[in-house]
Design a protein around this ligand. Structure first.
Ligand code: ADP
Ligand code: MG
Length: 395
């Protein structure tokens, strides 16, 4: 009956997810900030999957360049819409017209896939000030409305583990790390701050703290934030020059069979991607800039080679890609979320951010591929229509 239809929908959903591949690229444009003159912007046009950038030129002939991604969020997108797209793929839930709250919650693919033993990486990329931390964490002193992806993802996890508690017993724990100058630091180690270069990879002994409520999560996030701040005395804004990673581990035990499933999700707020003018910086700043360039390039290379299904994936070129190796590629799902600033004078960084994103994207404009996808999607849509009819007969 009803259950079977839901189960069928799940299957279709997975098929659609598979069609879309394991690498997605989203783009978000920050709004002008309060007090900023919002007159001239480099963002010419934002559509669901396209963004057009205006490049001003001195001779008055402005050039336009268009980019296509899996999803583009304009300056008015709310934290909720952004998280919903990540977690639910709203387009699909519209297609399926789910009305029952339970089904809706149960279809959250990203969260569900972690609970089903998949690994997920979400990266926030972009120049400093473009809105990476806003998306992942939220503003300072966030409210329920303005919390970012990290909090919302954990909140969703707790909802679903609660719903499934009769059949599966879940344990959720969190690690927080920072990578600065190619060194991994544990942000949840209270006594001693370990340098996690154990074997050069994976930091298996970074503190992993159990969480079961959203207030546990908020406490941990505050603790990580504090530990990060402590080390920033020497630099004015270290947070923009290090990568920070919150890793959520989930272990589920099937109460009937005793089988154990493990999944994890890495939520990564990357260091600012802006080019540093080598003629202007020296010493520590130059070293930092070189480490950042190297690790962002290494991340780009890894995702690009996964996107192009290359046989060699160069994980070993940076600490970041070594740390996340198990969660990049294979069955793991990757979301590269790039952020851009709307200001005209950011246009150089904006274009280079979008080019980075384009390079790691699996979207091809080739006709052959597009045709194949339309065919598959058409077929799936028909099946969905049939299921919907079955569902409404049931009601
Ligand atoms: P980044 O982490 O990329 O350096 P931030 O997330 O710190 O950038 O954003 C820079 C400033 O812009 C912050 O004051 C932040 O609150 C604000 N901001 C960023 N994105 C948005 C947004 N979508 N809506 C409103 N304010 C934003
Ligand atoms: Mg930031």
């Amino acid at each position: 009956g009803y259950k079977k239809v839901v189960e069928e929908n799940r299957k279709l959903y997975n098929q659609l997810q598979d069609l879309k591949g394991n690498i997605r690229v989203y783009c978000r444009v920050r709004p002008f900030l309060p007090g900023q003159a919002s007159g001239s912007t480099t963002v010419d046009r934002v559509e669901e999957r396209n963004i057009t950038i205006l490049t001003p030129s001195k001779n008055g002939k402005d050039a336009k360049k268009a980019f296509t991604f899996n999803k583009v969020f304009g300056p008015t997108a709310t934290q909720e819409t952004v998280s919903h797209i990540i977690d639910l793929d709203i387009i699909l839930s519209f297609m399926l017209h789910f009305s029952a709250a339970e089904v809706y919650a149960d279809m959250q693919p990203l969260v569900r896939s972690v609970l089903d033993g998949y690994n997920v990486c979400i990266f926030a990329y972009g120049q400093t000030g473009a809105g990476k931390t806003h998306t992942m964490t939220g503003p300072n002193n966030p409210t329920e409305e303005t919390y970012g992806v990290n909090y919302r993802a954990l909140n969703d996890l707790f909802c679903i583990t609660q719903q499934r508690k009769e059949t599966i017993s879940y344990e959720v724990s969190v690690q927080m790390m920072e990578i600065y100058n190619e060194q991994v630091r544990d942000l949840l180690a209270t006594n001693e701050i370990r340098n996690g270069s154990v074997n050069g990879i994976n930091v298996p002994d970074a503190n992993r703290l159990p969480v079961s409520t959203t207030s546990d999560v908020i406490n941990l996030m505050n603790m990580g934030h504090k530990n990060r701040a402590v080390s920033s005395t020497a630099m004015n804004d270290r947070s923009s020059r290090s990568h920070s990673c919150m890793t959520v581990h989930v272990e589920g035990k099937d109460l009937t069979s005793g089988a154990i499933l493990r999944g994890c999700m890495h939520l990564v707020d990357l260091a600012g991607s802006e080019r540093v003018d080598k003629s202007e910086v020296t010493g520590d700043r130059l070293k930092e800039a070189q480490h950042i360039n190297k690790s962002l390039a290494a991340l780009g290379d890894v995702i690009a080679s996964l996107a192009s299904k290359s046989t060699h994936v160069p994980y070993r070129n940076s600490k970041l890609t070594q740390l996340l190796q198990d969660s990049l590629g294979g069955q793991a799902k990757t979301l590269m979320f790039v952020h851009i600033s709307p200001e005209l004078d950011a246009v150089g960084e904006t274009i280079s951010t979008l080019k980075f994103a384009e390079r790691v994207s699996t979207i091809e404009l080739g006709a052959a591929k597009a045709n194949k996808e339309t065919g598959d999607v058409k077929e799936l849509k028909e099946q969905i229509a049939n299921l919907k009819a079955a569902l409404s007969r049931k009601e």
